[in-house]
Design a protein around this ligand. Structure first.
Ligand code: NAD
Ligand code: DAU
Length: 356
């Protein structure tokens, strides 16, 4: 048996592939375009593993994807591939429309062609799992209930609008063509192999490099944080038992304001790798100009996933963030590699003009 994963050289896709191969002998075809966010270093430990085949392909390349499906006959496709960073979507939305909307459309068409040609048993067993985000639901006020699967879509950034569009395409391919799909909408992930354009890895690496820790606006925006391996286990649960055509919210019950997250990281670093001058890393916090259209609060009600499929996160924020900080301190080769080249240009561009 085989599954095909897209975006498996990225943060969550990479963790998913590593976890999958650690607990299963089922083959993984890993399709990734290797954008700036794709990183083969993440997959180093499975190099040469015959159960893993990496292929550099764009999800929008219908001919190449169709050929891979025909050749490897996967029983499922898990779609992680996307442009994923909100700030980049504000700076240049075009790539987000291209990959997240047009790319998902092309992928769905390749998969539909493949699925149509399968025998009855394989058609029944096949799954297309689309990995999406809680950002499609928009922004909550402090007193609103957490997002349920029934909340209306109200995306506010080019990124979340492009993901919302892809979710709608996936839904339509189920209702119109019968494609056996399931969708997950997850909150903010953190953990190993996270590209340091995102808040948590950026703050850890800036802190130990003695650089400012940029907090957008007042730092009181709230996110729900989920350790990446818990997201991976949720995806496996939905792949195994999710009801066709349904969506499942995934979250960690860990709502935190950004400033609290950053102060927690500083406190852990103060303990694990104290600054030479004995002061706290919190002294490096710098309030900078806010993100345009910055969503104030996300919160996830993950009870459907818990009730229907018995999924629960294994980590609290406190255990997960400590593991994460330790991972970044221990994996200096990965972090040095990822912080070179084009990454530096992005940091320069995003933070220039944001000075407090
Ligand atoms: P990421 O940016 O770290 O990785 C994305 C991967 O997709 C990269 O390896 C990249 O090379 C690849 N990719 C991009 N465009 C492609 C294309 N056209 N064809 C093939 N590959 C392509 O993203 P991530 O944080 O790992 O997120 C993975 C998925 O999970 C995304 O769909 C994202 O929307 C969703 N998600 C992310 C989070 C989060 O907190 N990071 C939370 C919820 C949902
Ligand atoms: O909610 C799920 C989403 O979480 C995913 O769909 C996205 O792919 C993922 O990138 C993430 O989006 P966010 O915009 O919430 O993540 P980011 O790490 O970019 O920012 C987290 C919060 O921290 C957000 O409120 C913005 C703030 N922030 C971010 C950066 C990079 C700062 O205050 N300073 C920063 O330098």
């Amino acid at each position: 048996m085989t599954i095909l994963v897209t975006g498996g050289a990225g943060f969550i896709g990479g963790n998913f592939v590593l976890d999958w191969l650690a607990s299963s002998s089922e083959k993984v075809i890993n399709v990734d375009k290797l954008t700036y966010a794709g990183n083969l270093e993440t997959l180093k430990s499975i190099q040469g593993n015959p159960a893993h085949l990496f292929v550099k392909v764009d999800i929008g390349d219908r001919a190449a994807i169709s050929e891979l499906l025909r050749e490897h006959q996967p029983r499922a496709v898990v779609n992680f591939a996307a442009e994923s960073h909100v700030d980049r979507s504000i700076e240049g939305p075009g790539e987000f429309i291209q990959t997240n909307v047009v790319g998902t459309f092309n992928l769905l068409e390749s998969v539909r062609g493949y699925w149509d040609g399968l025998g009855d048993e394989a058609r029944l067993a096949f799954r297309f799992l689309h990995v999406s985000t809680d950002e499609v639901y928009g922004s909550l006020s402090p007193t609103d209930e957490p997002f349920k699967e029934t909340n209306p879509y109200e995306p506010n950034s080019p990124y979340s609008a492009s993901k919302a569009a892809s979710d709608h395409l996936v839904r339509a391919w189920h209702h119109t063509y019968g494609l056996p799909v399931v969708t997950t909408n997850c909150s903010n992930n953190y953990g190993p192999y996270h590209f340091p354009e995102k808040l948590i890895p950026l703050v850890i690496l800036n802190a130990i490099a003695g650089k400012p820790l940029p907090i957008y606006g007042d730092g009181q925006q709230v996110r729900d944080w989920l350790y990446v391996k818990d997201h991976c286990s949720a995806i496996r649960a939905v792949l195994d038992g999710g009801r066709l055509g349904e969506t499942y919210n995934v979250g960690g019950w860990n709502e935190k304001p950004n400033l609290e997250v950053v102060k927690t990281i500083c406190a852990i670093l103060d303990e694990l790798k104290p600054r030479i001058d004995g002061r706290s890393y919190a002294g490096q916090i710098a309030f900078v100009k806010d993100r345009p259209g910055h969503d104030r609060r996300y919160a996830i009600d993950a009870r459907k996933l818990e009730k229907d499929l018995g999924w629960k996160p294994a980590e609290t924020f406190e255990t997960g963030i400590r593991k994460t900080v330790s991972w970044y301190l221990e994996n200096t080769a990965w972090t040095a590699n990822v912080q070179s080249g084009a990454y530096l240009q992005w940091v320069e561009k995003n933070y220039a003009g944001r000075n407090s």
